[in-house]
Design a binder for this molecule. Structure first.
Ligand code: ADP
Ligand code: MG
Length: 238
């Protein structure tokens, strides 16, 4: 069980309140899309779930376990960022392997994992190349593979496709949906793009100004938006 429960979460940076008393259930195994305008607090919220940012108030549960004080490495969450955050001097293999080496995973097991995962994400021919010789889509696959080798219960993807051109973005959306089906783990996918949200999510969370406006299945959002913001954001007449 790796659903996520957020209870009364708040985040303040100095005087500014970025997340305000936010509660949310994310269903185990769902492909949940968090969507909202730029600056509304999406990255801050997910960085708190991953443990990269400490909440000012509230509790975070992952898979039935209270991880509110748990360091990021022990939360069973892997995060993929927009800017890939790859190590430029390491090969693709080195980038994927890095976290496993640090954890002391034996070589044979590392190689098996890297082999399996590079096949899944189509990186097998590129394992000995450096990131700068790869295309944007390939770099994003490296970032994805690096998250996958951790075999986490929860994947958080923060606007992972926004640096890619439109055609590749479409292709990667499909690949991510297939990957989610294959792994069966919980995916939390962040975007500011309504079309992307509606085409990918089986659960959609609409956020604005640090507050959830509506969390629902896509059809429910179309048919029964809770408020004007949700209706306008999804593009249905209120
Ligand atoms: P989004 O991901 O939805 O675009 P963010 O979570 O990145 O939004 O940012 C929400 C707000 O929090 C913004 O006003 C941003 O300036 C502020 N913010 C984010 N991180 C920090 C930080 N480390 N220090 C101060 N303010 C921050
Ligand atoms: Mg962001």
């Amino acid at each position: 069980m790796a659903g996520i429960e957020l209870v009364g979460l708040s985040k303040r940076f100095k005087q500014e309140t970025v997340i305000e008393n936010l509660s949310l259930s994310i269903r185990d195994g769902s492909f949940t899309v968090l969507v909202g305008p730029s600056g509304c607090g999406k990255s801050t919220l997910l960085r708190m779930v991953a443990g990269l940012e400490r909440q000012s108030e509230g509790r975070i549960w992952i898979g039935g376990r209270d991880v509110s004080e748990t360091p990021p490495g022990l939360r069973d969450v892997a995060m993929v960022f927009q800017n890939y955050a790859l190590y430029p001097t390491m090969s693709v293999r080195g980038n994927i392997e890095f976290g496993l080496r640090n954890k002391g995973v034996p070589k044979a097991q590392r190689e098996r994992l890297i082999g399996d995962i590079s096949d899944i994400v189509g990186l097998a021919p590129y394992l000995d190349k450096k990131p700068q010789s790869l295309s944007g889509g390939q770099r994003q696959r490296v970032a994805l593979a690096r998250a996958m080798v951790k075999q986490p219960q929860v994947f958080i993807l923060d606007e992972p496709l926004s640096n890619l051109d439109a055609k590749l973005r479409g292709q990667m959306r499909t690949e991510l949906i297939q990957l989610h089906k294959r792994l069966g783990t919980t995916f939390v996918y962040v975007t500011h793009d309504q079309v992307e949200a509606m085409s990918m999510g089986d659960e959609i969370v609409i956020m604005d100004k640090g507050v959830i406006q509506q969390a629902d299945r896509p059809m429910r959002l179309y048919e029964d938006p809770d408020n004007l913001f949700a209706a306008q954001f999804i593009g249905t007449p209120a």
